[in-house]
Design a protein around this ligand. Structure first.
Ligand code: TTP
Length: 661
């Protein structure tokens, strides 16, 4: 595969496309690139007159789009991508820059300017390589632009308005889409057709080639913004890795032939005799007008279909402590790791290659090494390690989830099927052995460490003097609270089996204000007194009847003005995603609702599925469930808690604060 050395370099990297443009997503998907889409929030409002040339404006906007996403992912979501790609397409005519029209009149103004003339389409692209060093984001930015000349025919007013009324111009630079109806307006195209559609794929591949295979010194040519590598073809780029590259050729992919030009046979048309690409091919139809080409399976469905394989590869690599070995001794070859952990060489090599393809490991001639995020989150000794939760997922949740079908049919937990014993009280199951206890506590500890800051700061809690974290387990949230609110005294109340094991989870060497631990069962025993009660990831474990028992106990202890803080994943009313209307009805501030709406746009699908899969997770193992904002509100109000406020944090847990009146 001629291209694999270039795009194959991105296979093991976490690549993010900082663009909402469906065209860009399609172009990159068609060549087999795997990436995540995180649309940029950067507003395209740079002062155009401050740029000497139109392409400089496009390049700078592309840079800002990509930078915004890289920073947001690093800071807000604690997920540093390896590569962020941003792009911006503009149309330039008579020294003017045209972006997307704001309304039909604007589209008319733009199309009238382009009518009968040649104009330039510029796409600026920024490729940012990110590294997280000591929690700081380091970035290397590469940018370039591509220009394509397009000429419109002389078009009548009537045709222009007909085109505008089709709705096609509205989300496209210059007010037209060359790949669809707009193609009929175009007399000729000189240059890269895909550049007009929003992404200059050919130049992008050349840029990657230049980055990953720097030309030898005597060949280097310096040009501002336009540093096409000295290699004209991609054929001479193959290296040892290319043979084993995971880059896959997709059926409808736009291929490059040995001269670096597009060849026919893909989604896009072949070239005409003058080397000008003219439009998209239409799938062949048989006599009945039925498309002969089978529909392409969306990559999302394939990803979900095989998702369990990726999960299990991650869980097993963690269980075998492969990431720990690589952190301390890497890079290591497969045979060395197999010897260290006592596994087969052939099996280990396959697992390591799968982890590399999933972006967890880096594979170099020296061997396999951890990526930065694996060092932070997957090794067992990291401060924010998820290792505890991963082992819990492998040993406990996985067997339960294999019985999901029975859980759905029966509507109940599946411990008896997964572990061959009758389900007792949820926590008795977990705490029946010392190993089980520590495994469960480590799982809860890792989630608490990751969410504690967002839970503790979702509301200003400085007016409270004492807090009691019911079911607070290892005290991870309690310690965050005393750090943020030095005047707050926090008591963690949990089962005696838990309190007996907390010493394993106390931070060593760090001086933090003390947290008090009290043992007891919050359903049966007397609760410590406090101004603020906290229930973090507790209510979702239980059915409404048990929640009423607990809330009535807490309510009876609360004085007017005392409060209850609940941290859970909050579903919206349709159980799809958090919605602005719901939050406003729950006294959410306007600012927060706007923030939320933006967050929803960005992470909507991921948050939605995470929360709803968590609800399935509760079904297979507990009697509880995840609840919507109004379900929590109703439960709380029944026990005299009012002024219910919800903050959607964007982290795994959302936060609800209510006051006893
Ligand atoms: C000229 C032309 C533009 N376009 C599109 C490409 C871009 O998606 C869009 C220009 O707007 P952009 O601001 O470059 O991109 P976008 O708003 O779609 O996405 P994002 O900002 O999130 O990256 O116009 C076509 O689809 N066909 C065309 O013929």
């Amino acid at each position: 595969m001629v291209l694999s050395p270039v795009l194959g370099k991105l296979v093991s990297k976490r690549v993010v496309l900082a663009s909402a443009s469906p065209r860009r997503q399609e172009i990159l998907t068609n060549v087999g690139l795997r990436f995540e889409v995180v649309p940029s929030w950067f507003k395209e409002t740079l002062e155009k007159s401050s740029f000497a040339a139109p392409f400089e404006y496009a390049v700078e906007t592309a840079r800002q789009k990509a930078l915004e996403v890289a920073n947001r992912m690093h800071v807000k979501h604690m997920r540093t991508p390896d590569v962020v790609i941003g792009a911006d397409t503009i149309v330039s005519v008579d020294e003017q820059i045209l972006e997307k029209p704001v309304d039909k009149q604007d589209a008319y103004r733009m199309l009238s300017r382009l009518n009968g003339k040649e104009h330039s389409v510029f796409t600026g692209v920024a490729i940012i390589h990110c590294h997280s060093k000591d929690s700081k984001l380091e970035m290397e930015i590469t940018d370039f632009y591509e220009e394509t000349k397009v000429k419109f025919s002389e078009l009548s007013e009537e045709l222009l308005w007909e085109y505008i009324h089709s709705g096609e111009p509205m989300d496209k630079a210059g007010g037209y889409g060359i790949q669809a109806l707009g193609g009929m307006l175009v007399e000729y195209v000189h240059g890269d057709f895909l550049n007009v559609v929003g992404f200059p794929l050919n130049h992008f591949c050349k840029k990657l080639a230049e980055l990953y295979y720097p030309p030898s010194k005597h060949n280097v040519q310096h040009k501002k913004y336009d540093s096409i590598p000295s290699v004209d073809t991609f054929e001479n780029l193959s290296d040892g890795e290319s043979e084993s590259s995971n880059f896959t050729e997709h059926k409808g992919a736009s291929k490059l032939d040995s001269s670096g030009k597009h060849s026919s046979g893909g989604v896009y048309t072949s070239e005409n005799s003058s080397g000008v690409r003219t439009g998209f091919t239409v799938p062949l139809e048989n006599q009945n007008g039925v498309s002969q080409r089978p529909p392409e399976v969306p990559s999302k469905i394939l990803e979900l279909m095989d998702g369990f394989r990726a999960s299990k590869a991650l869980l097993v690599a963690s269980k075998l402590k492969i990431f720990d070995h690589l952190k301390h001794k890497g890079p290591l070859k497969a045979v060395d790791i197999a010897n260290e952990i006592g596994t087969s060489v052939c099996g280990t090599e396959r697992l390591l290659d799968a982890c590399a393809a999933l972006g967890l490991l880096e594979k170099t001639p020296q061997g396999y090494g951890n990526t930065d995020s694996v060092n932070t989150f997957l090794t067992s000794d990291g401060e924010y390690s998820l290792h505890g939760y991963i082992i819990h997922s492998n040993d406990h949740l996985w067997p339960l989830f294999t019985n999901l079908e029975s859980a759905i049919k029966e509507g109940s937990r599946q411990n008896h099927r997964a572990f061959g014993k009758k389900a007792e009280d949820l926590f008795k199951d977990y705490y029946h052995s010392q190993e089980g206890k520590q495994c469960f506590m480590a799982a809860m500890h890792s989630i608490a460490r990751l969410t504690a800051r967002d839970v503790a700061t979702a509301f200003d809690l400085s007016r409270f003097k004492s807090a009691c974290d019911l079911g607070g387990c290892t005290g991870a949230l309690a310690r965050e609270l005393v750090q943020i609110y030095p005047n707050l005294k926090v008591t963690v109340f949990d089962l005696p089996e838990v309190i007996a094991n907390i010493s394993y989870f106390q931070p060593s060497g760090q001086h933090t204000a003390p947290v008090t631990f009290v043992s007891g069962d919050f359903f049966k025993d007397k609760l410590p007194e406090a101004d603020l009660y906290i229930l973090s990831r507790i209510l979702h474990d239980w059915p409404d009847e048990k929640i009423h028992v607990l809330l009535s106990k807490i309510s009876a202890l609360c004085r007017p003005g005392s409060a209850l803080l609940v941290a859970e994943t909050v579903l919206d009313e349709q159980k799809t995603h958090p919605s602005r209307a719901v939050l406003q009805s729950l006294s959410i501030t306007e600012g927060c609702a706007i923030l939320l709406a933006e967050m929803v746009l960005d992470d909507e699908k991921k948050n939605r599925s995470t929360a709803l899969l968590q609800s399935l997770n509760m079904l297979v193992q507990t009697e509880g469930k995840e609840r919507s904002g109004s379900e929590y509100q109703a439960l709380l109000e029944q026990h005299g808690f009012t002024n219910v406020k919800i903050r959607i944090t964007g982290n795994l847990l959302d936060v609800i604060l209510c006051v006893k009146t």
